[in-house]
Ligand binder design. Structure first.
Ligand SMILES: Nc1ccn([C@@H]2O[C@H](COP(=O)(O)OP(=O)(O)OP(=O)(O)O)[C@@H](O)[C@H]2O)c(=O)n1
Ligand SMILES: C[C@](O)(CO)[C@H](O)COP(=O)(O)O
Length: 396
């Protein structure tokens, strides 16, 4: 090839015209349109290729009955061409797709099963690299089990697994070569090839191999779907939101402590600690996100050591509990409810103090305030309340 690898135009052909009979689900959509983790299998598959910077165009081969399902699944992905209709076998579907791609003149084509939604960026990288170097290459995953012949319900000869491989997709080819190979197979009346590497071998091409990925499985049976759903759900980031609420009554005094700041007032707040409703609500929000009890269970009001305590230490402790679980605190937000004292003049100082205690930047700390329109105990100036939320991320 005269062009350098990075100049080669790469197209992707996704075959999605099968009926998925082995996956069951009779009466429902074919397996490539079934949802895992809230989105169609085909959507996951197309997304992987659409996101790859080397992929210029994606053509999907669909069943004649599935146009509406396809439109729903493909959404607004970039790079997708008008789909074409497949044939009775996978081989027929690939051939139809290759013929339709001819007008777009790709240099390389990656042929992929819609039913393999877990294809990684690394495998796509390797497929492009291998086709650039060898002209034709397929991904192969190692066979890890002992493999044997099974005949008439009996174990037969053990095969040498070191000489075997499990062939996956995307299989990558120089476009002109694989198109010629498929046309040759058609001319020769061969319709029994289960992958494109075999079609290319029939044409006499040498097929390279590159490492596949054990995670790049094909969804074939109903059990594959249960496993896929579990895998996608558990690979979602464990982002959690917790809420907290606190109330303290006014008592005689000349200041209150709010969000870690001493605010002059004609009353104080009654409490075992410094009665900082804002920090208590945030602390509870973090415990809530961790599902780790509440401020009372960690710092019992009956324990004399917390008498008059600075509530900053409660909040710092909750933040440490997040870190101890390998997580991070992403954001806190608190709303203080009261007729007086006014929060506005102290908001910036409160934000800064909460940020300092939590190890956050100020833009990740919300401090808001409201009256309750003179309604309820807050409206009657009997005390202050605060409601808070906290967002954390834990490792999966
Ligand atoms: N006539 C066909 C048959 C298969 N495929 C596609 O080829 C891929 C791999 O095939 P397979 O897993 O065997 O899918 P099905 O043929 O749909 O499954 P089954 O054999 O269980 O019916 C799938 O993405 C499938 O949609 C296709 O485009 N056209
Ligand atoms: C192409 C393929 O994915 C390689 O493993 C596979 O052969 C296609 O599925 P089928 O069940 O053989 O049709």
């Amino acid at each position: 090839m005269s062009q350098s690898g990075s100049e080669l135009k790469v197209a992707v052909l996704v075959v999605a015209a099968g009926r998925g009979t082995r996956a069951g689900g009779a009466g429902g959509p074919a397996k490539q349109y079934r949802h895992i983790a809230g989105r169609a299998v085909l959507t996951h598959t197309l997304e992987a290729f659409a996101a790859h910077p080397r992929v210029a165009q994606i053509l999907t081969v669909i069943h004649a009955d599935d146009r509406d399902l396809y439109d729903e699944a493909v959404g607004g992905f970039a790079k997708t061409l008008e789909p074409v209709i497949g044939g009775a076998t996978r081989q027929d579907s690939v051939r139809n797709g290759l013929k339709a791609l001819e007008d777009h003149r790709p240099d390389l084509v990656l042929i992929h099963d819609a039913a393999r939604p877990f294809v990684s960026r690394e495998v796509i990288d390797r497929s492009i690299q291998a086709a650039t170097e060898h002209g034709a290459a397929v991904p192969v995953a190692a066979v890890v089990d002992t493999v044997c012949m099974v005949e008439a319900g009996q174990r037969g000869e053990t095969l040498d697994r070191n000489r075997l491989g499990s062939v996956q997709t995307p299989q990558a080819f120089r476009f002109a070569d694989i198109l010629a190979a498929h046309l040759r197979a058609e001319r020769d009346g061969r319709d029994d090839f289960t992958d494109d590497g075999a079609v290319a071998s029939h044409q006499g091409l040498t097929i390279g191999v590159f490492p596949g990925d054990p995670m790049n499985t094909k969804l074939t049976t109903a059990e594959d779907f249960s496993r896929a759903e579990e895998r996608l759900l558990f690979s979602l980031p464990d982002v959690r939101n917790g809420t907290g609420f606190d109330v303290h009554a006014f008592c005689p005094g000349d200041h209150v402590v709010l969000a870690g700041i001493k605010v002059p007032h004609d009353q104080g707040l009654l409490g075992h600690s410094d009665a900082d409703v804002a920090l208590h609500a945030i602390t509870d929000a973090i415990f809530g996100a961790l599902a780790d009890g509440d401020i009372g269970s960690h710092f019992p009001p009956s324990d004399p050591q917390w008498k008059g305590a600075d509530s900053a230490q409660f909040l710092a402790y909750a933040v440490d509990r997040v870190k101890a679980r390998g997580g991070m605190l992403a954001h806190v937000d608190v709303c203080i409810m009261g007729e007086a004292p006014k929060v506005g003049p102290h908001r910036a100082a409160m934000q800064a103090r909460i940020a300092e205690i939590c190890g956050l930047t100020i833009d990740r700390v919300g401090v808001k305030a409201t009256t309750t329109e003179q309604l309820g105990f807050v409206g009657r100036r009997e005390g202050l309340a605060a409601i808070a939320s906290a967002t954390i991320r834990l490792p999966v």
